[in-house]
Design a protein around this ligand. Sequence first.
Ligand code: SAM
Length: 241
Amino acid sequence: AEKWFGIVSIFPEMFGPFTQQGVIGRAVKSGVLSVDIFNPRDFTHDRHRTVDDRPYGGGPGMLMMVKPLTDAISAARAAGGENSKVIYLSPQGKKLDQTGVKRLAESDRTILLCGRYEGIDERVIEDQVDEEVSIGDYVLSGGELPAMVLMDAVARLVPGVLGHQASAIEDSFSDGLLDCPHYTRPELLDGKAVPSVLLSGDHEKIRQWRLMQSLGRTWQRRPELLNHLALTEEQQQLLEV
Ligand code: SAM
């Protein structure tokens, strides 16, 4: 496959619908994308298949038990090859944005560690993890949803994953701007008409209108995005009028 993800998670079932439906489901079926799951529970040897352990120093909550976790990481490395990059999903990581997604899309073998409980032993992070990634400043119960968020965003940039590759280019953030508004049938909805330019058939006019909308929206909703953006001459002119 073009892009391989090795997931280390004690809840492999959570990835079922994600890898079977929609854009990602299609990518997996067509072989562009492949996802293998390594469950620390399969690397336990006790009757209860224990995957949690108590934290030194006491306090509430448990941590992921080290040995099943590191054995699962080793199995993922063996499958992905020595060059695979290991990412730990963590609220303490670098916050993910579309620029980060583009960078992550450059490596084609990525291992995603999904934490549970209060997280994982700091030494495992130091020794095994190349990068920590957060999906936002809030705390979830596990790294599975963040791993799916990361994979979904990365997969959209892999050639062949989207039906229309242009969609990814037009999406919000890909050119640093928010996307323009979209309309589908009917032409008149509860008295509200589709902007007439979209019915004009004039592709150049439509392109300009969309660009203007994108700029306007970004300026209204997310002005800070414009600060770090090198606007094209056309974009600059549109903003000045
Ligand atoms: N005690 C940890 C802390 O404050 O940094 C949080 C542990 S959290 C309850 C359990 C797991 O969920 C983490 O190990 C991590 O894998 C995942 N997680 C929670 N919030 C996340 C976020 N915003 N981004 C990425 N992963 C997150």
